[in-house]
Structure formats: structure tokens, C-alpha cells
Design a protein around this ligand. Structure first.
Ligand code: FEO
Ligand code: CA
Ligand code: CA
Length: 683
């Protein structure tokens, strides 16, 4: 076994899912290139062929609403803001910004005041978590996720991960990068630091209200709640009770503890919230050589004895207390049977997790029928009484897939939160994008097609190994699927493909092959029926700089350039909000400097307008957006401000960015955006 130096600084980089798809399936860029070259033959030039992808104009694969340029009244009325690399938030003239619920805001229990160097692990369990991400505003009536009060509700926020150097007194003066933890002491981590990091993960449920002066504030309320990396959770669906999830904590395989790396989210039609478990694999280590891992671990990139360092992402398994809420992150087989150790602990992660934010005692439920992968989030088609429920989820890792779930049972509005059981039985599909602009949803059903007993032994096996099942049926490898959004007027589904770092080279001539900048794909289900098994797709937007991008047949202009689209949301009027996540390793450097800090744009797919609405401060990504039902208050999250501070600068106390300038370090927080004239955001 590879020994761990007793004073090791654990630094696992950026925590992204490693590329672990070794299947021979075609890559989406290959499909796109063939698609483009066919158009080439038809249209003569590459430029014309790309334009054809956007304009529609009767071409197969483009039979969408994009074929009606400049139709209708513009939804966008604001003046675009320029790119910015200042340590501040920039919004258009006529808009105001308030900062709300930064990391550490006292929320429950003894309401501990925020003090990053003195707060205990227990304190953090009563404060707003860190690294705000996907989010929803639930009107306070608790009936409908999109209708009700626009001045009071529950703001539910995901907390994706942590930046340990900003959390602990022991970190001060040490050379720590953005993912590093303070140096081990005698080969161990202080358990209270591990507790603090686990408590900073998860979700916050925050009762908020707009006061008479227009400012929003937190209400001291029985509904305020923290869900963390330690909260007990039920396992439901086909994997419940199977050998895959039996552990010392849950010998019958029905429960697990905590949710981790909750990136984007989902909102069900029955007014519950879903947390997505994205880059969870790195939180575990199996101390065997790479080839000794189970396929449930290796296809997802669970760390192993040849990893450098041979620890989990944050080294929680090394907690000096030895308590099993920490040691469980070591998934090495050590006991006489799976119920005497935590060899199966990682199988309890990689799911979509549902809970009812209006019931503070509700137990979150891991809905295994939706598959196990690096779920970015989940997006639901509008529910129709008496019809199946349909939702989509992307697997955000290089060369992974896009999935759709269709419930077996049908939606009944009167059933309320009991509709959640619909997510326990149904068909999980994976997308295949064909060269001709058509696509197919390939079912991942045990016993169907190649998913035979030779390869899998049950539907639970198919679901725990969703990526392998998708490889087996021939899904199309995508360039890191991030958020999805559904056009409220057409039912058309949009997905961001943020970039593919595994394909990054210095060749700037063909952005689609290199995909340094990312793009947005969209599709229409056959017959506009969400349960259809075929669809037609096209490219909505090729992100990038002015000389290497395309939208509605034209290169992006100075008001539009951006890269690495990630967050995506349609407001009810049909504005598409696009958020960017340039990685900290590229931001404001070299070719990426022209884009400035991460930003949010607004598009109108009907009029083909696109304008930059907001730019965030230094070092962060903009992620998570929603408005109140009246559209007049918008919530936007700023995640990891100041993360571009180098290890040397951190040690020297020189910080690159400290937004929102409330204390020693930067703090993730929510922006509350309103118009000075009280109008709808975006007009
Ligand atoms: Fe957490 Fe895929 O972004
Ligand atoms: Ca994201
Ligand atoms: Ca991202």
C-alpha cells in the first residue's frame, strides 16, 4: 500500500469528474462534423453549412422554432454590459443588486455568527453552506413551484463543494491551492475540520421575505433547514434493498448518509426539490490498485491506491476520531462481509435526491430509477394530468451522456408530494444523436437489447452502472453536459455542453473539434410528445470569441462573447438565461482574458437576440438563477469568489478577490436583482 506522508498537503486539483469513458462510442463532435460536412456538400461552404444549422430553413434536423427569425416583440430591453475583470458585480443601468445569504449566514439552532476561523464543525451545521449553486424560489404558499407570493418564500440553495483553506484557522500561512486541505498532522485530519466541511456541503432551505423598503431578508422560521453530507437519507427505486447498497450503516440497503457535490438542481411539478450528486466519485478512495476497484467504482473514477495522493478529495477518511461517519469514505473491503465495512458506500452516491422543502422533518430520498452518474441536475417537462412524468439529466464529465426518464405511472395533481413515487418506476433512456439531425432515446432496461444477463444481472445492476449500460447500447459521447432548460412555449429542450478539456489543444481553427468554448444543443421530441423515443436536434449557439463563434448565423459581437456555458434557465416569458463557468485555471488568462470574469447572458430564441446581462466578481462562476413568480425579483448565485488566489499568494495573505468584501475571504452568496422601475427582469 502506498504510504501517506504524515504531513501531506492533500490537493486534488479542481475536483472535476475524471474522463473515464473508454468505450468505443462515437463522440458528439464526430457526429457534428459529419452533420456539418453533409451540409457542406449541399451548401458549398462551411460557413453556410453552420448557418444552416441555425436558420432551420427546411433542413432535416433544424425543423424547429428557430426558423422564424425576428418574429414577435422583443423580450429583452436592457442595455448590454461590457465584459469585466473587476472584483464587483456589474448589471445594466436601471438595475439594483443586493447580496443575500452569504456562506456562514446563521440559519438554525443557536444561530452562530459567522467567523470562518473560529466557527466549529457544529456551528457550520447551523449556518448557510458554502459554494452556492443550483437554486429555486418556492412561493410561501407551498402549493406550486412557479405560482404564489413574489415577496415571501423558501429559497433552496445547493452547496456544491468547499474551499478548505478559507474554512480553518490551521490553514493560515500554509501554501494551499483552491482544493487543498491544511497539512495532515501525524497522517490525520482533525475530525472537527472534516465535520465542518461535511456540514458546508448539501442544501440550505432559507425562509426569505421582501420588506417594505424593498430589501430581502432571512425570516427566523421553523422552515429553515440544513441538509448536509451527514443527513440520513432513504434509498428508493430498483436499487433499494439490493446488495449494491448494503453497508455497516444500513445492512438492509435502504439508507445512507448525506448528499455531496450538489451542483444544479431540479424542481418537480409537485413542489419538491431535487439535489443532483455531480462530482461525487473523488470523495471516496478504495486503497487497492486501479484494477482492483469494482466496475461501480472504476467507470466513475473513484480514487485508488495509485492516485496521487492516495486519499479521497478532502481526506475525510483520515479523521483523527476514527468515527465511521468519516472513515466510510474509505471504501476498501476490510471486514468479513459488506455489512461490516463501507465497501459499498460509494454506491449510495451519484443519484438524484428528492425532498419536500415545506416539511422540515422530511427525509431526503435517493431516486435510483433516474440512474447513477455525475448528475448535473434534472429538468422536468410540464406535468400533464393523467400523463407520465418526463425529465432529463446530463452527466457532466468529458465524453459522457444525456439521459431522459419517463415514469411508468401517471401524474395526478391531487396526489401532491406523493407523486414522488412516480420517480421510482419507469424507463431510463440515453440519447443517441444521429448525423442527419435526428436522434433516438435508447432504453436502459435489463433484458432489452444488449443489456443481457451476460453483462448485467438486474435492473439495479443497470442503474448502479448506468454509464456502462449507456456505453453498451451505443449512446453518443458529449462534451460535458451541464444544465438543461425547457422552452415554456414550445417544449423544446436545451442543454449546455460546457467544453471538453480532454480535447483542448492550441488549434483554434475548429472550435467544435477542440471545443474550448462550449455550445448549446437543443431538440424537439417527435410529435412534440415528451414520451417519444425519437427527436430532431440542432445547435442553438456556438460559444466563443468574435472570430470563433456563431449565433443565428452570425459571429458573436462584443455584447455577446462568452465561453463555457453551464447554468441555463427559461423564465416564464421565454427568455433564456445562460451562465458561464470558465475554469479557475483559465479565467482571465491568455485567450480566455477577453471574456473577463464569469457572466450571465439573456437570449430570446424567437427574435435571435443575445445580450450580456451580468458579470460577476473575480475568481467565481455564476450559477443558479430563478425569479419570483412575477418576474420582478431575480436570484443569481456567485460561487467561489477569490478561488483564483494561488497557493503562494494564499500563504502570503495576498488574496485575489474577496467579494462580497464582508470579512477576510471571499464568500459565495446570492444576488438579489431588481429593476429600479419595479419592472420584470430582462425588459
Ligand atoms: Fe458542477 Fe457541472 O458543474
Ligand atoms: Ca455547473
Ligand atoms: Ca461547469
Amino acid at each position: 500500500m502506498n504510504p501517506i506522508p504524515s504531513n501531506l498537503v492533500i490537493d486534488n486539483g479542481d475536483g472535476d469528474e475524471p474522463m473515464s469513458n473508454t468505450s468505443a462510442n462515437r463522440h458528439f463532435a464526430d457526429v457534428l462534423n459529419v452533420h456539418l460536412s453533409r451540409r457542406n456538400a449541399l451548401k458549398g461552404t462551411l460557413g453556410a453549412s453552420i448557418a444552416a444549422l441555425f436558420g432551420g430553413a427546411g433542413l432535416a434536423g433544424c425543423a424547429t422554432t428557430a426558423g422564424t427569425p425576428a418574429a414577435g416583440r422583443s423580450l429583452i430591453g436592457f442595455k448590454a454590459v461590457p465584459v469585466s475583470s473587476a472584483d464587483t458585480v456589474v448589471v445594466p443601468p436601471g438595475y439594483k443588486v443586493q447580496t443575500l445569504v452569504p456562506w456562514g449566514t446563521p440559519l438554525t439552532g443557536h444561530l452562530p455568527a459567522f467567523d470562518p476561523l473560529r466557527n466549529s464543525g457544529a456551528d457550520q451545521g447551523h449556518q448557510v453552506g458554502s459554494h452556492h449553486d443550483g437554486m429555486h424560489f418556492f412561493p410561501i404558499e407551498g402549493k406550486d413551484p412557479y405560482n404564489g407570493s413574489s415577496t415571501e418564500g423558501l429559497l433552496v440553495i445547493n452547496h456544491e463543494y468547499v474551499e478548505p483553506r478559507y474554512m480553518h484557522a490551521s490553514a493560515v500561512g500554509q501554501k494551499l491551492g483552491r482544493d487543498a486541505v491544511p497539512a495532515l498532522v501525524n497522517g490525520k485530519r482533525p475530525a472537527d475540520e472534516c465535520l465542518k466541511e461535511l456540514h458546508a456541503h448539501g442544501v440550505s432551505v432559507i425562509h426569505i421575505r421582501q420588506e417594505a423598503n424593498g430589501q430581502w431578508g432571512v425570516v427566523q422560521s421553523r422552515l429553515n433547514r440544513r441538509i448536509t453530507g451527514l443527513t440520513p437519507m432513504d434509498i428508493s427505486g430498483p436499487v433499494r434493498g439490493t446488495d449494491f447498497v448494503k453497508t455497516k450503516y444500513s445492512p438492509d440497503g435502504t439508507r445512507t448518509r448525506g448528499t455531496l457535490n450538489n451542483c444544479a438542481h431540479g424542481v418537480t411539478p409537485w413542489n419538491t426539490y431535487m439535489m443532483a450528486e455531480e462530482n461525487w466519485a473523488g470523495y471516496f478512495i478504495n486503497r487497492v490498485n486501479a484494477s482492483g476497484r469494482t466496475r461501480e467504482q472504476s467507470r466513475y473514477g473513484v480514487r485508488h491506491n495509485e492516485s496521487r495522493p492516495a486519499t479521497s478529495r478532502y481526506g475525510w477518511e483520515l479523521a483523527d476520531s476514527g468515527a465511521d461517519e468519516y472513515t466510510r469514505f474509505n471504501v476498501t473491503a476490510q471486514g468479513a462481509s459488506p455489512t461490516q465495512d463501507y465497501r459499498n458506500e460509494a454506491n449510495g452516491f451519484g443519484w438524484m435526491v428528492e425532498f419536500d422543502p415545506f416539511n422540515p422533518n422530511s427525509t431526503p430520498v435517493k431516486r435510483t430509477a433516474l440512474g447513477r452518474f455525475a448528475h448535473e441536475g434534472v429538468i422536468f417537462q410540464p406535468a400533464v394530468e393523467g400523463q407520465p412524468v418526463v425529465c432529463y439529466s446530463g452527466d457532466d464529465a468529458a465524453n459522457e451522456y444525456i439521459y431522459k426518464f419517463v415514469s411508468k405511472g401517471v401524474y395526478r395533481q391531487a396526489a401532491g408530494v406523493a407523486n414522488g413515487a412516480l420517480l421510482d418506476e419507469g424507463t431510463l433512456y440515453v440519447a443517441k444523436f444521429n448525423d442527419d439531425g435526428t436522434g433516438q432515446w435508447l432504453p436502459l432496461v435489463f433484458g432489452q437489447g444488449p443489456l443481457t444477463p451476460f453483462r448485467f444481472n438486474s435492473q439495479a445492476d443497470v442503474l448502479v452502472n448506468t454509464r456502462l449500460a449507456a456505453d453498451t447500447v451505443g449512446a453518443t459521447k458529449m462534451d460535458r453536459p451541464e444544465w438543461g432548460a425547457i422552452d415554456p412555449q414550445t417544449g423544446q429542450v436545451y442543454f449546455t455542453l460546457t467544453n471538453n478539456s480532454g480535447r483542448t489543444t492550441t488549434d483554434k481553427a475548429n472550435p467544435r473539434e477542440k471545443n474550448r468554448w462550449g455550445h448549446i444543443i437543443r431538440w424537439t421530441e417527435a410529435g412534440n410528445n415528451p414520451t417519444a423515443t425519437t427527436f430532431k436536434w440542432d445547435i442553438f449557439l456556438l460559444s466563443g470569441p468574435e472570430n470563433d463563434s456563431l449565433f443565428a448565423g452570425k459571429p458573436l459581437n462584443a455584447d455577446q462573447i462568452h465561453n463555457s456555458p453551464d447554468g441555463l434557465w427559461f423564465d416564464k416569458d421565454g427568455r433564456l438565461w445562460i451562465q458561464t463557468d470558465i475554469s479557475e485555471s483559465s479565467m482571465n488568462q491568455g485567450d480566455y482574458a477577453q471574456f473577463g470574469n464569469n457572466q450571465m447572458l439573456c437570449a430570446d430564441p424567437r427574435t435571435h437576440e443575445l445580450r450580456r446581462f451580468l458579470v460577476g466578481p473575480l475568481g467565481q462562476e455564476i450559477t443558479g438563477v430563478v425569479t419570483t413568480p412575477d418576474g420582478k425579483t431575480m436570484f443569481v448565485n456567485v460561487q467561489h469568489p477569490g478561488a483564483t488566489t494561488s497557493a503562494d499568494d494564499f500563504a502570503a495573505g495576498k488574496l485575489t478577490g474577496t467579494w462580497p468584501h464582508q470579512g477576510r475571504y471571499g464568500r459565495s452568496a446570492t444576488l438579489v436583482i431588481t429593476k429600479e422601475d419595479g419592472g420584470v427582469i430582462g425588459t
